[in-house]
Design a protein around this ligand. Structure first.
Ligand code: OSB
Ligand code: MG
Length: 357
């Protein structure tokens, strides 16, 4: 699926996505899950190809033919496979979706969600010029989004924040470094404090807590961890160490809805807010993110935005839309509440595999 606009982070530029989808079928129900792994293992160790392998060889065989009543039961079946969380999440989330459909309740209610309207922000990639970035921000604010997050890296940071703040002194503004900085950059990162950022997301190594805790001690701006939090145990450790004050929860990164809910709970118990991150999902993953965002401690605007920001044609119907006040409303229909456009998916499919018990 070609992106409407390229998306560039400190680890590279994406112009089109190859997306791995799961369709689960049993007992007359069919449900969907999206694997959020990237085309390359640049964000994390996983890629769509490692996920394909893990699902085909390990994860699907671990659940095919088993009597599974609830999405939460997947974790135990998958436990002996280390890592491969995005692959696990694609399957587990499809089963949650099926469970909601079977119980004839909306997925967000099954997850324990409470809000019917979620606050939305946008994540804006590195652009070809600062002017292009400012134009994009203006358009997103105009559309109603409540928070602007800009990608940053050395050389695309202080000057950019200065230009943004000169034009919009008061908007909710944050940045995401995707691990682009090192210890020698601490003085530079301390300069970020002057821009009143809502948070700095994952400034240091993708797998680090310790140096983030050192950094948080010398920053006024709150650190938000994304890549480094893979489990609820990670969340506990990071909070304990003081490595972050906010957590970005991505249901794929943490292995599925069960673990995402646990991280939500751990953060809530410690008084940390969480928000829902995005991975340039198609409508299927997007709707799962919307459902997760209805949980009470998702109190900050997430990177959950309208389909049209990514795709000319999304694979669900209707496309996800954002209101003028920057919110997405959830529906009361059972399951995901949207129709999957199987005809379009079929047209876009380049590789397909059916696994049966
Ligand atoms: O770090 O949050 C991130 C996209 C791909 C990989 C990593 C990240 C992102 C985003 C995009 O920031 C969020 C979105 O889906 O709009
Ligand atoms: Mg991030």
């Amino acid at each position: 699926m070609p992106l409407v606009h390229f998306f560039e982070t400190s680890f590279g530029r994406t112009t089109q996505r190859r997306i791995l989808l799961i369709k689960a079928q049993f007992d007359g129900i069919s449900s969907w899950g999206e694997c959020v792994a990237g085309e390359h293992p640049y964000y994390s160790e996983e890629s769509i190809d490692t996920a394909w392998y893990a699902i085909e060889k390990e994860l699907a065989p671990a659940i095919l033919g088993k009597n599974i009543e609830q999405g939460t039961e997947c974790q135990a079946h998958f436990a002996r496979v280390r890592g491969h969380r995005m692959a696990k999440a694609a399957l587990e989330n499809a089963l949650w979706d099926a469970e909601a459909t079977a119980k004839r309740i909306p997925l967000w209610r099954l997850l324990g969600g409470q809000r019917k309207e979620i606050p939305c922000g946008v994540s804006i990639g590195i652009q070809d010029s600062p002017e292009q970035l400012l134009d994009k921000i203006a358009a997103e604010l105009d559309a109603g989004y409540q928070r602007i997050k800009v990608k940053c890296k050395p050389g695309w940071d202080l000057e950019i924040f200065k230009r943004i703040r000169a034009r919009w002194p008061d908007i909710l503004l944050s940045c995401d470094a995707n691990s682009a900085y090192r210890i020698e950059d601490f003085p530079l990162l301390q300069e970020f404090d002057q821009f009143n950022l809502l948070m700095i997301e994952q400034p240091l190594w993708h797998d680090d807590f310790y140096f983030h805790s050192r950094l948080q001690k010398v920053l006024r701006t709150r650190i938000c961890l994304d890549e480094a939090i893979r489990t609820a145990r990670d969340a506990r450790a990071a909070i304990d160490l003081g490595s972050c004050k906010i957590i970005n929860v991505k249901v794929g990164r943490v292995g599925g809805f069960s673990e995402a809910r646990e991280i939500h709970d751990v953060a809530q118990q410690h008084g940390l807010p969480v928000w829902c991150g995005g991975m340039l999902e198609s409508g299927i993953g997007r709707m799962h993110n919307v459902a997760l965002s209805t949980l009470p401690n998702f109190s900050m605007p997430g990177d959950v935005s309208a389909s049209s920001r990514y795709w000319k044609e999304d694979i669900i119907e209707p496309a996800v839309e954002v209101s003028k006040k920057g919110t997405i409303s959830v529906k009361d229909e059972p399951g995901m509440g949207y129709t999957v456009r199987e005809d379009l998916i079929e047209k876009l499919t380049v590789r397909q595999l059916t696994l049966k018990m």
